[in-house]
Design a protein around this ligand. Sequence first.
Ligand SMILES: Cc1cc2nc3c(=O)[nH]c(=O)nc-3n(C[C@H](O)[C@H](O)[C@H](O)COP(=O)(O)OP(=O)(O)OC[C@H]3O[C@@H](n4cnc5c(N)ncnc54)[C@H](O)[C@@H]3O)c2cc1C
Length: 409
Amino acid sequence: MSDNWQEDLLAFLRQNLPEAWAEAVEEGDQQTVLALRDELDNVDFVRQLGKSGWVAPDWDPAYGGRGLTRDQARQAINTLDEWEVPRTPRGSGLPLAAPTILQWSDEATKRRFLPPLATGEERWCQLFSEPGAGSDLASLATTAVRDGDDWVVNGQKVWTTMGHQAEFAMLLARTDPDQPKHKGITYFGMPMDAPGVEVRPLINMAGQLEFNEIFLTEVRVPDAYRISPVGEGWGATHTTLGAERFALSGTKKKKRRAKDEILGGKTIDQVIALATDLGLNQNPYWRQRLATEWTNQRLLRLTSQRSRANAAMGKTAGPEGSISKIAKASYNQSLQVLAMDLLGASATAWTQDNQAPASFVEEFLRTRANSIEGGTSEIQRNIVGERVLGLPREPDQFRGAPWREVPRS
Ligand SMILES: Cc1cc2nc3c(=O)[nH]c(=O)nc-3n(C[C@H](O)[C@H](O)[C@H](O)COP(=O)(O)OP(=O)(O)OC[C@H]3O[C@@H](n4cnc5c(N)ncnc54)[C@H](O)[C@@H]3O)c2cc1C
C-alpha cells in the first residue's frame, strides 16, 4: 500500500480490467465501457476489489478496508463509479449486516465477519420476519437458549430473500421471554449450513425464486457469532432497518441501473421508449401521463438528496428514510402501471413473434412487492407520523408486558 491511495486505486483498476477499459474511460467512451462491463465476471471482480480494500475503503484495514477518511472514501467510490465497475457483493451483507456489526459488535466479531462480507465470499440474508411477526417484528417467537459456548435456536422464518444462496444470516431470536417484547431479543450471525437449518424455496408471482421459508430446529450458533449484546437485539435491528429503508428508497446515486436491481421495474426512459415504439408518444393523453411520471422521478431524486446528504455527513439512516421509501415504492409502481396501460391487451396476451411485453409484465409483477418489502408503506407512514411529525404513538394495551404474557395469533 503506498501513501497515495489514488495511485493505488488506479493501479488496481488497470491491473484488474482489460486495457481497452482504461482507454475508453480516458476517452469518455461510455458505450465501450458498458459493452466491456457486460463481459466482466462481476463476482470475481468484486472479490478482488474487496480483497484490496476498495469495497469499503473507509473501514479499518483489520476489517477489510483501506482506513481512508470518509471524504477520501467518497472520492474513491466516485472513481469506481466513473469507471462503471461493479463494486458491491451480492446479498444484504454490505448494505445491512455491515453497518449493524460496525455499530453493535465487539472487536473479535467485527474481525470475523467483515472481511469475507466485503469480498462477497460470505453472502448474507436476513432472518427477521416470521409467519406471526412481520410488521410487528418485535413479537417474534423464534427462541435462542444458551448452552455452554453456544445458543440453541428453534423457530420458523419466512420471506428470506436469497436464503437459498447465502452463507450467513442476520438472525433475530428471543433470548428472554420474561422481558417486554422489545427487550428480550438478541441479534446473531448464523451460518446457513449449520445442522438443523432447512431452506424451503417460495416462488413469487412473477415466477421467480427470490425468497424462502426457513425452519430452524436445534440449530447451534456459537456465542462468538453474537452480533448484539444479549437482550439488546432490538436496538441493533433498528440499525439494520434504517439501512434497509435507505437501500430500498432508491437514494443511492447511480449512473446506470444495475442488472440485478433489487426493486425491479422499468425506468422512465424505458417506458418513454415503449410509448415511442407503440407510436403513442405524440398523443396528448399519453404525453401527459409520461410527463407526470418524469416529473415524479425528478421530485423523488430531490427528496432522496436529503437522505444522501445525511449519509454523506456520516449520519446513520434515520426515520426520514421512510419518506423516500414510500415515495420510491409508489413512483415505481405507478410507472409500471403506465407501462401496462400503454401495452393494453398485449400486457395480458402477447404473440410468439413479439415477446417484448413479457419483460414489462414481469417487472410490473415484481414491483407490487415494493410497498411490502423492507416494511410496508403503511408502517413507513406510522414511522413518519410518530418519529418525524411527533404524532401520538399507536395504542398498545400490552406495552411493557412480558412477551410470554402477550396473546399471539
Ligand atoms: C419481496 C419481499 C422480500 C422480503 N425479504 C425479506 C427478507 O429477506 N427477510 C425478512 O425477514 N423479511 C423479508 N420480507 C418480509 C417483509 O419484511 C414483510 O412482508 C413485511 O414487513 C410485512 O409483514 P407481513 O408480510 O407479515 O404483513 P403483516 O404485518 O401481516 O401486514 C399485513 C397488512 O397489514 C398492515 N398493517 C400491519 N400492521 C399495521 C399497523 N400497525 N398500522 C397500519 N397497517 C398495518 C400492513 O401494512 C399490511 O398491509 C420480504 C417481503 C417481500 C414482499
